[in-house]
Structure formats: C-alpha cells, structure tokens
Design a protein around this ligand. Structure first.
Ligand code: HAM
Length: 412
C-alpha cells in the first residue's frame, strides 16, 4: 500500500520526463506565436466554482470531483479542469478591465474520480488555452488553430477535427422543448442519472454513455440555431477554410461540460480508439457571468497530455527527448579523474550537459554507458594525456576523433 501510488495516478519517471518537457516546450512555443501568456492557478478552488461553472448536472460535478472540507471548514475541490479557474482569475484580478482580448495558456494536472481505463485517469494533465473578451469567430478559429498546430508539430496524422454549434440560451430553449417531447415516451428507459436530468438539463442526456441507444434519432441542436448562432457558426467555418484547417461538421458533438455556447469542437482519433478524444473545447459566452463576474465571453480548449502520448505511440511516433547529453567524460587513472572533474565543472558552467562515471566502471564500460545515455561526444582522458596536456574528443555518432589541447577548451 505504502509503495503503491493511488489508483488512477502515475509517476512521470526521470526516464520519461524528457518527453514531457519536449511537448511542454513545443506547446509554450506555439502558444507564444499566438500571443498567449501562461496562467498558473491553484490546484484547488472553492467547490461552488465548479458547481456553477461546469454545471451541477454534468458527470464531472455529479460523480467525479475530489472535494473535501479543509480545517477551516471551507469546501474545496481539486481542479477537474482549467477553464473555470482561469475565468475566476480573470474576474478576481480585474483582467477584464485591461485591453482585450485576454489570451492565456496553461499546463496543469486535473483531478477526476473516473472509472480507470486506458487513456482515462484520476490525475491527468492538460494543455489548455483560453481567449477572453471577444465574441469574434476569429478567436474560435485561432483556438482551433493552436490545437491543430500542436498536433501537426508532433506528427499526429490519424486525427480529425469535428465541430458543432451548441447554440445560446435563446435557441437552446426551443431545442430543449423538442428534445423533451422526443424523450418523454422513453423516460422509463433512461438511466437513473438521466431521469434526474430530464427536467433540469435534457441536453446532457445526449452525452450519456449508457443512454446512447435511446437518444438515437433525437432532435439535434444544430437544426435549432437562431440567426446569430447560425451566422457565427458559418463564419467560424469560413475562417477555418481560410486557415486551411480541414474539419467535419458533427451535430453529435455536445461536450460534457455545461458552460459551452455556440462553437464546440473535438479532435478525435480516426482509429476508433475508446478514449479517442485528444482535445476538446469551445466557446463559453456566459461562464464569466455565471460565476459572478461581468459579461465577457470566452473560448478555449483542453488537450489531454497522457492521451496525446498514448495516441502518438499508437501511431508509432516517438516523442523526442528534450534533454540530451553533450559530453561524457571518460577517464582512466587518478590524475585523469581529477582533471576530468575540473573539466566537467568548467563545461557545465558554460551551459554544456556533461556526465561522468560514479560507479567505478572500467574504460570499456564507461564507453558503453556513454552510448546508453546517448552522449553526443566522449572526452577521453588518461594519465598520459594529462601529462601531455591534451586529450581526445570522439564524436559518438560518426566515430571521428580529434585532439584538444588542455589550454584550448574554449572550443568545447
Ligand atoms: P474536457 O473535454 O473535459 O474539456 O477535457 C479536455 C481533454 O482532457 C479531453 O479531450 C481529454 O483528452 C483529456 N481528459 C479529460 N478527462 C481525462 C481523464 N480522466 N484522463 C485523461 N485525460 C482526460 C475540458 O476540460 C475543458 N476545460 C476544455 C476547455 C477549455 N473548453 C474551453 N476551454
């Protein structure tokens, strides 16, 4: 028990973290190209933020939150997603008073008490982006474009973009009536959770995994869009075409969180994987207002990092490791060792990544180790070399070897 991490969590080991850092670096770089800056919000928030923001009839709030009372009697929840905390910070810090739009990104752990499956965990990580303060469909398209750039940059091919519009409170009211009329005769067949949703939030039933058969043929939101939502959706599609981003209109995309209005989208595996949604997002024009702030609208996405890695490995794509070893200093003899230690320190101060043996390996095994850790070059030092005031540097890939004078280490 003590040596087992809780179910649904995993360690990112030193051997894996290079891949994470590579993806994080790529994501930061891409967000920077769009003028997005990082936001870091606390790991926990007042529970009420998610109840109001995400919605009290969603799976996340009904079944999956890690909520607890702290010693001061506050009810808090580990963040199950990043959008509500970003919206809270946007309001609390008065960012809405600054020049708009406000563009931000985050890299964060999220916590959901889920049924464990491949690609579905209790602590997972998201890359996320949000743009607050504009209704323009250009923002929706830029958000999609960040995700598309990220997936393209890592080389993912077997993925497609599915988009939909989930309308606004005006057109949703009409759809809601039509949906209720459709579901009423089937009420008895609905799962108990969805029976509870029938009056409060019937659209959630479309998203329930257990009720998929029952909702077949149900009226779709896209057929009830008001003029404003419809023209927003048209314009969004037209900008995606300008950006040369292929998409499929899928009226079945409803998303699992309640704050969405108008645009909803998902990047989905074309391989039919069970947990095949690598990225999901959309517009949320009333979220800020719902949590007690002013009116600014917003749009964003969340991309599951574990899921991204899983899908990349299904496609046979190796994520490169950011960290690399510039030099392995290989020494033989005591004088060589102390010379090597001084040289390694000097090179590290210059910003090179340098490793030395700590296990008492012989010369041959130090070379083997250099290969194993992927060192680019080996610096080979023996006592004779120290006496001669020079040593060898071997390129581990080409095998080319040069002699470097101890006086002239600037070139390393
Ligand atoms: P979401 O669809 O709940 O949206 O999550 C976004 C992504 O996080 C999913 O597409 C999936 O890749 C990953 N994910 C979700 N749950 C899990 C899990 N249990 N295990 C592993 N990966 C998971 C949101 O969270 C919204 N905040 C996205 C957003 C931002 N919408 C607007 N702005």
């Amino acid at each position: 028990m003590l040596t087992q991490a809780p179910k649904g969590t995993s360690d990112i080991l030193p051997s894996q973290s290079g891949k994470w850092q590579y993806l994080e670096g790529l994501f930061r770089d891409i967000c920077g190209r769009y003028g997005m800056k990082e936001i870091r919000t606390p790991m926990f928030e007042h529970t009420e933020l998610f109840v109001r923001g995400v919605g009290d009839t969603t799976d996340v709030v009904e079944k999956q939150m890690y909520s607890f009372d702290d010693l001061g009697g506050r009810n808090l929840t580990l963040k199950p997603e990043g959008t509500s905390p970003a919206a809270r910070a946007f309001v609390q810090n008065g960012l809405f008073k600054e020049m708009q739009p406000t563009k931000m990104y985050y890299i964060t752990p999220c916590f959901r008490y889920e049924k464990m499956q491949k690609g579905r965990y209790r602590q997972f990580h998201q890359f996320g982006t949000e743009i607050f303060g504009t209704e323009s469909p250009v923002a929706d398209a830029e958000i999609v474009s960040v995700a598309a750039d990220m997936l393209e940059a890592v080389g993912m091919k077997e993925v497609e973009l599915r988009i939909n519009s989930v309308g606004c409170p005006v057109c949703r009211a009409k759809h809601r009536e039509a949906l209720k009329a459709f579901l009423e005769p089937k009420y008895g067949q609905l799962c108990s959770t969805c029976q509870g949703r029938f009056n409060k939030n019937p659209m959630r039933i479309l998203d329930c995994k257990d009720c998929q058969k029952i909702v077949e043929g149900a009226p779709m939101m896209i057929d009830y869009l008001c003029e404003e939502c419809s023209s927003h959706f048209e314009e969004f599609q037209s900008i995606l075409k300008d950006m040369d981003i292929p998409f499929i209109v899928d009226p079945g995309i409803v998303r699992g969180l309640d704050y969405y209005t108008k645009t909803a989208f998902e990047f989905v595996s074309t391989k039919g994987m069970a947990q095949g949604t690598v990225c999901g997002g959309g517009r949320y024009d009333h979220l800020v207002e719902q949590i007690g702030g002013p009116e600014p609208p917003g749009v964003g996405f969340g991309m599951g990092i574990e899921r991204l890695m899983l899908m990349l490995s299904e496609e046979g794509i190796e994520v490169p490791e950011e960290a690399s070893v510039d030099y392995m200093v290989i020494t033989m003899g005591d004088k060589a060792r102390s010379f090597g230690i001084a040289l390694a320190r000097k090179l590290r101060k210059k910003g090179r990544s340098v490793q030395m043996d700590m296990m008492g390996r012989n010369f041959k095994n130090q070379f083997k180790y250099a290969n194993r850790i992927g060192a680019k070059k080996a610096i080979i030092i023996g006592d004779d070399e120290v006496a001669a005031g020079a040593f060898s540097v071997k390129d581990m890939e080409t095998g080319e070897q040069i002699t470097v004078s101890a006086e002239d280490t600037e070139q390393l």
